[in-house]
Ligand binder design. Structure first.
Ligand SMILES: *Cc1c(COP(=O)(O)O)cnc(C)c1O
Length: 453
């Protein structure tokens, strides 16, 4: 049996299997890995998900990619251990529901991918007897999810860079209280500085002796687990074969690509709504066919979506038959008519985000946070141009309101409940390094840490 292969969106690197794609992160030609051909689930297999728990749906979906690489019983254990928290589906009205992806160890949807990726990395490195350093820059949620997931995984060291003044105390404490194989570095600078330092490290010949990998959303290991919750939601909310609508608040477009992957694997989907904040390069592209990235990215209340050039657009364009390189240059236009038929996007300003958060609370007495409410408002924007009919719809809430206490308190008048995982972290002592946004200092730091390992 031959394993499924992944090719680069830039088309200049050899196709590789899941293990190689995962460990590499980015393809050598700087493209992103996508399956050569999406594996399919049959309508009967998808219909049977209705009676299965989340971790079992995850096993059946992911087995299509890990076949020949991870034994089925090992994959089953990984899924059971990774997905041991709840995924609430709440009715908003009629057949419109909210899916909360905020019950994992760091209270954002990033846990779904990080937890599975860490287990796969850990297994591959054990098989190879290899050591790896995961470098990641974070504006908050990714760093916490990755640090938690890889904490105490043998063979892995994690170094997380974060902008000292741009993240909240609770976001910070979810990373800085872990210790052991996790080092956090506060950079006196912006998120863009952190990301630039990490990118330079990957390309630096002076660091070639250190095996570096990334856990950000360019990694295919992030994308595949993010397809599972769309199957799960449909299994609970749609009849067999009935198309469903998803609204996914989008920054780097990894989460919405999970819905695209689910659809390509056979899930009936009526529309994927991918609303953004003021970083509106995608809705502009959808409207005009001209892509212009936004640099520098614009700040907004939904800060985890402050992305001026979403890296996963290269994958979305590829699924629709086009080619976009890592700089955002389009070498071949995708099928725009098909893209517009299947995907909708709009830009939600901070003002609309805040108003909508309040309106939603007043109308439904359900608490959202600034990212989830972008999904809700994007859904309303779509309803203004296309009928929902009787189809089921899912609004994806990507973080816990407790991660954004100030915004939430302004609306409802009291601070949101803090989930237990966050309460525990807030009480532990912090330990992190501090550094100027200076690449030479960072390089010396990496070399020193590596030598001491
Ligand atoms: C990362 C993140 C997003 C954006 O997800 P993408 O996959 O980058 O589009 C949305 N909401 C929250 C809370 C996030 O942490």
């Amino acid at each position: 049996m031959s394993a499924l292969l992944f090719r680069s969106t830039n088309g200049q690197s050899p196709a590789v299997n899941l293990r190689a794609a995962l460990l590499a992160g980015q393809a050598p030609d700087r493209g992103l890995y996508l399956p050569e051909k999406f594996p399919r689930l049959t309508p009967d297999e998808i219909a049977a998900f209705a009676g299965l728990p989340y971790h079992e749906i995850a096993r059946q979906v992911l087995a299509k990619y890990t076949d020949g690489i991870i034994p089925d019983d090992v994959l089953a254990t990984m899924c059971r251990e990774a997905y041991n928290f709840s995924i609430p589906l709440e009715t908003i009205h009629d057949r419109v529901s909210l899916m909360r992806l905020d019950q994992g160890p760091t209270a954002s949807f990033k846990d779904f991918a990080a937890q599975m990726m860490a287990r796969m990395f850990g297994r591959f490195l054990r098989e190879d007897g290899a050591q790896l350093t995961i470098l990641t820059a974070t504006s908050g949620d990714t760093g916490a999810a990755v640090a938690h997931a890889f904490h105490n995984i043998p063979g892995v060291r994690v170094i997380v860079l974060f902008p000292l003044d741009e993240i909240s105390l609770s976001q910070r404490k979810l990373m800085t209280t872990l210790r052991d194989n996790v080092r956090t570095v506060a950079i006196d600078g912006k998120f863009d500085d952190c990301q630039a330092m990490v990118k330079r490290a990957f390309a630096d010949p002076a660091l070639a002796h250190i095996a570096l990998s990334s856990a950000n959303s360019i990694n295919i290991g992030r994308l595949l687990p993010q397809s599972v919750y769309y199957f799960y939601a449909a299994s609970r909310l749609a009849q067999p074969g009935e198309p469903i609508v998803f609204s996914v608040p989008s920054g780097n477009f990894g989460d919405m690509m999970g819905a695209v992957v689910a659809r390509e694997m056979g899930l009936p989907v009526k529309k994927i709504i991918a609303p953004v904040n003021d970083n509106d390069s995608f809705p502009r592209f959808l409207a005009t066919g001209v892509y212009e990235k936004i640099a520098p990215s614009r700040n907004s209340v939904s800060n985890a979506m402050n992305v001026g050039h979403p890296s996963n657009l290269a994958r979305l364009v590829a699924v629709y038959g086009g080619q976009m390189d890592e700089t955002g240059k389009i070498h071949k236009q995708p099928d725009l008519a098909a893209l517009r038929r299947e995907v909708f996007s709009s830009s939600i300003s901070d003002e609309r985000t805040r108003t909508s958060l309040r309106d939603f609370w007043n109308k439904y007495q359900i608490l959202l946070e600034p990212h989830g409410v972008v999904a809700w408002q994007g859904f309303l924007d779509w309803l203004a141009v296309e009928p929902l009919g009787t189809a089921p719809a899912v609004i994806v809430e990507t973080a816990n309101p407790a991660k954004f206490p100030e915004e939430v308190e302004k609306v409802v008048g009291w601070p949101p409940d803090v989930p237990p995982a966050m309460t525990a972290a807030i009480q532990l002592p912090e330990d992190f390094d501090r550094m100027d946004a200076d690449y030479a200092t960072f390089r010396a730091y990496l070399i020193e840490k590596h030598a001491r390992a």
